[in-house]
Structures are given as C-alpha cells and as structure tokens.
Design a protein around this ligand. Structure first.
Ligand SMILES: Nc1ncnc2c1ncn2[C@@H]1O[C@H](COP(=O)(O)OP(=O)(O)O)[C@@H](O)[C@H]1O
Ligand SMILES: [Mg+2]
Length: 354
C-alpha cells in the first residue's frame, strides 16, 4: 500500500513537533524515519497509526483519506521498542491475540500463529512464556503479532533500541528479510544512521520536526542537501573545515591551507564564510606531482583493516584513511588528492549546500 501525507503537522500547545510534511511512501518499500532523539519521529508514526490526532494536514492510504479514521480500522501493525508482550500468555497466544480480538475461530488462529512463528523463526519456542525468551526473540514475537492480521502498513518504532550491539546487527537483517518476504510497506523509526543506511530502501531524515531530505541511502550520503544531513550520515563523521572562499578556492580560517578542487561549483561567492565537508575516504595520498592540498600528518592509528590519520590544517584537523603501505611518519608532510565524491561546500551561516 502507498502512503501519502500532505502538509502533515502536529503541535503540542505552541510547540511544533512535526512541521508540514509532504511525502509519499511507495508500496512495498522499507523506509527509515531517521533523526536525533526528540525530532518528531514517534509523533509522525503515531499520527500514521491513528493513536495521535493530527493538527493539520492529510494522510492517504492508497486513495483513501484516513486522517480521521480510528486506529483499529486502519490495518496498521505496530512494534515498539519495549516489546509489550503479555507476560501470562505463551508465545503462541501472544502472536494469536489480535485474531482472538477479531473472533477468528481457535483452530484457524493457531494455524496462522504457527505460520507467523515460522516466518520470524520462533517456531521452536511457541510454548514458552515471554520471560523465558531473549530480547531478540521477544522482538521477533512482537513482529509476528504485528503481522498476523496482514496489515497494510507496518510501523516499527525503534524496535532494536533495547538490544545489545551484536543482536541489533542480527535483528536488523531479520527485519529486512521479513519485510522482503511479506512485501508489506514498512516505516522503520531509528536514530541510528547505520541501521537506516544498511537495510532501508529510502531514508527520510528529519530535524526539529522539519524534513531535511529524503532519498535512497547512497544518494543521501553522496549528495547531502545541507550540513546537517552531511554530518548525520557516515562513520567516521565527515570532516568540517571552517574557512572562506578566495579566488575560487577554499582557504582555512587562519589562512594556513588552500584547497583547490575541480568539482567546486563555478562562481563561488568571494569572501563567503563556508564549511568544507570532506569525508575521511575522500582524501587520498598523492603519489605524483599533482595534488589538491598538502598537510602535516599529526597522528596515525590502525583500526582493524584500515589505518586512520589525523592531519593538521592550520589550527584545525581532519581525519583521513591512509593505505597500510603508506610510510609517512607523524610530523611529516604529505600531499593529498580529493576524490570526485565526498567533498562539499556549505554556507557557514545557514548550512545550505553551495
Ligand atoms: N504529548 C506531548 N506533549 C507535549 N510535547 C510532546 C508530546 N509528545 C511529544 N512531545 C514533544 O515533541 C517532540 C518530538 O517527540 P517525539 O516524536 O517523541 O520524538 P522522537 O520520537 O523523534 O524522539 C519532543 O520535543 C517531545 O518532547
Ligand atoms: Mg521516539
């Protein structure tokens, strides 16, 4: 099912939690609603599910206006961070519970609950109580319970936040597998950019209730609309160098280093104070006479298969990857090329991309 929202807005008193959102979630996609804590993700999800009335705007499920439709009529499945399973019921009873409410006959309930248990890989555990399950298993049960009514839309609100790091990795792959298998349109709320980047078809990135950018994960990474988007995505975080424009080049704020780059926009505003964003993988050591800038290697350290270095650029520093064969000792000067991707200029005042 396709979900379309128009001017969707939620205010609590004079505080605007979600501010005039317009977008379409395409049928069958897994979309991440991404942003820092408090930016309005849950508020958005709760308006889609109908738990929270909207202040302004419209929600359409395919062609139907569901803006004022009660939650139970919307055909939405919900999964929260705290699995909210019924402790006195078995796994199977938990999964089957939504069908019990719908008065589906017992044999049918059991059959469908077993199918769902198999889909989320808990078929060996159906007789246990939730307290005898790990966090990851409990979340599988919660997902099965949300899917048993064949919802038109699946909403997941930070479903992995209570799990430890290893289990989070495993469960995010599981969510992707289950979503692809069922084909259900899914909105996945997270504050974790890596989670969103790794499993989602699209990312909707928001800040303070305002949409910043929506696109495929790679497009967002390669072409951020503004400084916030560039800084939110990527690990290690993108370098932010403060400086100004001089003769079409970037000069660090203390005048120490000039960076020329073939892909800078033409006609840059002379003297404008800017932030140059350079991803750590976008600067590589030059092995020939040409280069985009030179700098001093301050420290270098190995991180598993890669080696990271901090460079001094006047009073600022930046992080880059070095190849393991490269031998420059800390304190030595090196020349760098900038790749065609991963280098952006932003207006220092507004954060807008130049
Ligand atoms: N019922 C409410 N009354 C007043 N303010 C609220 C209410 N619910 C959420 N907010 C505020 O709206 C903002 C967005 O909240 P929320 O959607 O929960 O953020 P997120 O899920 O992105 O962490 C927060 O500043 C929060 O304090
Ligand atoms: Mg939330």
């Amino acid at each position: 099912m396709r979900v379309k929202i128009e001017n969707l807005t939620k205010r609590f008193g004079d505080f605007t939690a979600v501010d005039h959102f317009n977008m379409t979630f395409e049928d069958g996609q897994l979309v991440a609603l991404l942003g820092p804590s408090g930016c309005g993700k849950s508020t958005m999800l709760n308006m889609l599910s109908g738990i929270l009335p909207v202040t302004e705007g419209k929600i359409y499920f395919d062609e139907d206006d569901v803006t004022n439709m009660p939650p139970q009529d919307r055909g939405v499945g919900l999964v929260f961070q705290n699995y909210a399973l019924y402790p006195h019921m078995s796994v199977l009873e938990n999964i089957a519970f939504p069908l019990e409410i719908q008065k589906v006959p017992k044999a049918e309930r059991k059959k469908r609950a077993m199918e769902m248990a198999a889909l989320v890989h808990v078929e060996q555990l159906v007789d246990r109580k939730p307290s005898a399950l790990s966090g990851g298993q409990q979340q599988r049960v919660a997902i099965a319970r949300a899917l048993i009514k064949s919802p038109r839309l699946l909403l997941l609100d930070e479903p992995l936040s209570n799990l430890d790091a290893r289990l989070r990795l495993e469960m995010r792959e599981e969510i992707r597998r289950i979503q692809v298998k069922t084909g259900v349109t899914t909105i996945f709320v997270t504050h974790d950019q890596e989670e969103a980047m790794s499993i989602c078809d699209r990312i909707v990135l928001m800040k303070d209730g305002v949409l910043q950018q929506q696109d495929g994960p790679q497009e967002l990474y390669d072409s951020p609309a503004n400084l916030f988007v560039a800084n939110f995505l990527g690990n290690p975080p993108i370098n932010n160098l403060h400086g100004f424009i001089k003769d079409g080049a970037f000069v660090t704020r203390d005048g120490a280093v000039t960076i020329r780059y073939r892909n800078f926009p033409k006609e840059l505003p002379e003297g404008r104070r800017v932030i140059l964003g350079i991803r750590a993988e976008a600067a590589i050591i030059s092995n020939n006479d040409t280069h985009d800038f030179t700098s001093v290697i301050k420290t270098r350290y190995t991180m598993g298969k890669e080696e990271l270095a901090f460079l001094n650029l006047g009073d600022q520093e930046m992080r880059v990857y070095l190849s393991n064969e490269h031998e420059s000792a800390p304190g030595s000067e090196a020349s760098f090329h900038l790749r065609s991707k991963g280098v952006f200029l932003f207006d220092e005042e507004t954060g807008a991309r130049l």
